[in-house]
Design a protein around this ligand. Structure first.
Ligand code: GTR
Length: 421
């Protein structure tokens, strides 16, 4: 078995206490760190077989991520109602557009999420990419048929969004991030959901899916219970429940893709729900693919202060205390094994720590080896726009924090390789 070397670099303390947080972008100031061992179980025994990984070690790591970071999803009695609300031709007849409304009810409350799908006309049982979007399904392309969400939205002057109300004015404003026609031309479908339909992205636990699960008198998740990322992941699993019922979709070939906070979400959703065949994290950074212990760019302290609702309250215990975390992000990627996983970075996206994303992807390879698979083929970080892949894929794209046609091209090549070898 290949040995996995963790780079040791001289300690220079990164002080990010209090207000004066300055992100570290100096590689020489990355502290000395030691990653928690993927293949040593809690009882100190070594994990040398896939059986022991699946039965013991995987469960331990999953439970650590649940307890200390993303939060447990409480038991609840949430009902689901599914209704097709729109079906039409799209893209000059080459695609079939379908919208399905999933309405969840519990505790006398209702939440609805719309799943928008574009499926190539020429095929049935199609593999699909599934991704959450930031401003509404109608922002991903200029199709007047797409329903505008009614849930809370972040304001965005450029997109015409004021008063936190989504508007038809933003139709297509995010089309550069969703290569819909290219995806259809390569024989894939695309499904997307507005993440705010599941849980509005603000520190308020009264208005999203959480409230449907509360016990009597509860108004906040408990310290170890789910934050928003776990809630968005829950929504992705409900979309998968639907795909299992729709004959147009090949539910065995669903590729989960997420960008940034939604890349953190796709990794967590792919870890807890093994029905997702391939998982893609784009520019997911801290709390996603990047190693927390490197404290490069965004740190655990910074993210907990800026976005206190994304993780559970336990995660605060690790602000400026990363070495005490029982997990690091190579373990999150390893939870996807043996399924293919792809981590994408961008050169100018230093906030997300591209090197930390690469190292996490590389170190996850130890678990793939237990399955007789190769993770990343090289310990060397590749140059810009030169994807490398085996069962784990990685590229660093030229440019900044974004999703581009280049990224989609690389992900479709990766999906082709695994679905259509
Ligand atoms: C940033 C945040 C990142 C990343 C990003 C995004 O403000 O610090 O962790 O998630 O937002 O989602 O666009």
């Amino acid at each position: 078995m290949k040995s996995y070397i963790i780079p040791f670099i001289l300690i220079v303390s990164t002080n990010c206490l209090g207000q004066g947080f300055t992100p570290n972008y100096d590689e020489s100031k990355v502290p000395v760190y030691e990653l928690p061992d993927l293949l040593t179980a809690r009882d100190s025994t070594e994990v040398t077989t896939k059986k022991k990984w699946e039965k013991t070690r995987r469960q331990e790591i999953l439970s650590d991520f649940e307890t200390y970071m993303f939060g447990k999803i409480p038991d609840g009695n949430v009902q689901v109602e599914i209704k097709t609300i729109k079906e039409s031709d799209a893209f000059g007849g080459k695609a079939f557009m379908k919208e399905v409304k999933m309405t969840f009810s519990g505790n006398g409350k209702f939440i609805s999420m719309d799943v928008l799908m574009y499926l190539p006309r020429s095929q049935s049982n199609v593999p699909v990419f599934l991704g959450l979007n930031f401003y509404g399904n109608h922002t991903i392309c200029v199709d007047p048929n797409i329903t505008v969400p009614t849930s809370w939205s972040r304001n965005n002057e450029q997109f015409g969004i004021t008063g936190n109300v989504p508007t038809g004015v933003s139709r297509g404003v995010r089309k550069s991030r969703w290569a819909v026609e290219k995806i259809l031309d390569r024989g894939y479908g695309l499904a997307t959901i507005y993440y705010g339909d599941i849980d509005p992205d603000k520190n308020d636990f009264s208005d999203g899916i959480h409230a449907l699960f509360y016990d009597a008198g509860q108004s906040q998740p408990e310290k170890d219970e789910w934050g928003s990322i776990a809630a968005w992941a829950w929504g992705l699993s409900r979309a998968m429940d639907y795909f299992e019922k729709d004959r147009l979709i090949d539910e065995k070939k669903v590729v989960l893709m997420g960008h940034s906070r939604l890349g953190k979400t796709s990794l967590w959703a792919g870890a807890i729900d093994q029905r997702f065949a391939i998982v893609i994290s784009n520019n997911s950074g801290c709390g996603g693919a990047a190693l927390s212990r490197r404290k490069y760019g965004e740190t655990v302290w910074r993210i907990n202060n800026s976005f206190p609702h994304w993780f559970n309250d336990h995660f605060n215990d690790y602000s400026n205390n990363e070495d005490a975390l029982p997990v690091d992000q190579h373990m999150l990627i390893a939870l996807i094994a043996p399924r293919p996983v792809y981590v994408a970075s961008a050169e100018n996206d230093r906030w997300a720590d591209p090197k930390g994303e690469f190292l996490a992807a590389y170190n996850a390879g130890a678990v793939y080896e237990l399955f007789g698979l190769e993770g990343l083929p090289s310990y060397e970080m590749p140059k810009a726009n030169q994807p490398i892949h085996k069962t784990i894929g990685y590229h660093i794209r030229a440019g900044g924090h974004d999703v581009t046609d280049y990224d989609w091209g690389a992900w479709m090549d990766f999906a082709d390789m695994h679905f259509r070898p």
